[in-house]
Design a protein around this ligand. Structure first.
Ligand SMILES: NC(=O)c1ccc[n+]([C@@H]2O[C@H](COP(=O)([O-])OP(=O)(O)OC[C@H]3O[C@@H](n4cnc5c(N)ncnc54)[C@H](OP(=O)(O)O)[C@@H]3O)[C@@H](O)[C@H]2O)c1
Length: 372
């Protein structure tokens, strides 16, 4: 590896919310960046990157599909480091989980790592998520969640709480109807209803946690690959990422902020464990890349908090918006903890506080015309 290639890196998903901030910070630091986008002809994916300081001479764009190995290899060729950011990111319902989430996350990660190994990349930074840390319902509630904690894959697959929740609510309705009919009718009725409920609840429940499942399986596959093939990888686990928006479209997390402002009462019980400024996320990636002492997983949140804490702070700062009130503990069993990201703090990261995260998000949503 020559001196000139040491500062050449690849960012997959460079056009996205986190990816474009990472590309921006890397260019600021003098790196040459191979950034991947899904469609080179789509100006929504390229224009905001081409406008970055340093892009004219040190940014190269590559069209890449996570399921197409050759398209990945083209972007990874000649670089010393890879930031694997690209992965579908949504908390909304998906219709085809395998195609929409699991395959690009898991096979995509293996394709990127295979290319990195074959092409002699020195270090790969994986953008994982707190969704690979939680939901982890068996983690003791008197110990803060840490990098030792993994999302419970079986829980995601079965999603028992949602299923029992649905069954409980609908079961009550069925019971109240049942007293009005004869015992025989009731038995037939119950059987048919429960069969239908089991189907519906199973389908709904399974759709709910596909995203955490995709991030967890992808990260597990990455560690297995690294161990087996001898590749240097390190992972970053951002919480709910917010702040200034560079791309012209809204990503999943900023859509959640917009929905909160619009009165959405979802408390993201299985998703939220804390928030983080998008610039801190980008910086965290660079810190774990540049510091060879950085190893393993890195939780990246300003603190472990509940979604209700976040919403309450939002309401306090912006009483003009009709922010819903939530119960004190929106994430049952989650211990609040200030120093959850100590590994990144020890590398020099000073996390922007929740107040700043909220203010920067609101200002950006305003400047882009999403809110007034
Ligand atoms: N936002 C958060 O709160 C948060 C929290 C923790 C972890 N993360 C992780 O951070 C990463 C980036 O998320 P983000 O919030 O920046 O979302 P984003 O803006 O949607 O970025 C995702 C990027 O991945 C690309 N991508 C998705 N599927 C692809 C495929 N099949 N082939 C090639 N590229 C593909 C997207 O391209 P297109 O834009 O063209 O679809 C986009 O550039 C993801 O790995 C996500 O899981 C996000």
């Amino acid at each position: 590896m020559t001196e000139s290639t040491v500062k050449v890196v690849c960012v997959t998903g460079g056009s996205g919310y986190i990816g474009s901030w990472l590309v921006s910070l890397l260019l600021d630091r003098g790196y040459t960046v191979n950034a991947t986008v899904k469609d080179l002809k789509d100006e929504n994916e390229t224009k905001h990157l081409e406008a970055l300081e340093g892009a004219e001479t040190r940014l190269r764009l590559f069209q890449m599909d996570l399921l197409d190995y050759d398209s990945i290899a083209a972007a990874v060729s000649g670089v010393s480091g890879v930031f694997h950011v690209a992965s579908p990111c949504t908390v909304d319902e998906v219709h085809d989980p395998e195609q929409e989430l699991l395959a690009p996350a898991v096979k995509g990660t293996i394709n990127v790592l295979t290319a990195a190994k074959k092409l002699g990349v020195k270090r790969v930074v994986i953008t994982s998520s707190v969704s690979a840390i939680a939901p982890s319902p068996t983690w003791p509630s008197d110990i803060p969640k840490s990098e030792n904690c993994w999302t419970d894959v079986e829980y995601c697959e079965q999603n028992e709480p949602l299923r029992s929740d649905v069954e409980q609510k609908l079961g009550m309705k069925i019971l109240s109807c049942a007293v009005k009919v004869s015992v025989t009718l009731y038995q037939v009725y119950m059987k048919v209803c429960l069969d239908i409920l089991a189907l519906v609840a199973n389908r709904k429940g399974r759709q709910q946690l596909w995203y955490p499942l995709s991030k967890t399986l992808a990260e597990k596959a990455a560690w297995d690959f690294a161990k087996e093939k001898g590749l240097d990888i390190v992972a970053v686990h951002p919480g709910l990422v917010m702040g200034p928006i560079l791309p012209p479209t809204l990503n999943g997390s900023m859509r959640m902020v917009l929905r909160l402002i619009q009165g959405c009462t979802d408390s993201y019980e299985n998703y939220y464990i804390g928030s983080v400024h998008v610039k801190d996320v980008a910086l965290a990636h660079i810190l774990v890349y540049e510091n060879t002492t950085a190893t393993g997983r890195h939780i990246c949140v300003e603190a472990i908090t509940h979604y209700g804490d976040f919403a309450a702070k939002f309401a306090e700062l912006y009483p003009e918006y009709n922010i819903p009130r939530f119960p004190k503990d929106t994430q049952p069993g989650l211990l609040r903890f200030k120093n959850a990201s100590k590994k990144l703090m020890d590398l020099g990261l000073e996390f922007l506080p929740m107040e700043q995260i909220i203010k920067d998000s609101v200002e950006s949503l305003k400047s882009k015309g999403y809110i007034s």
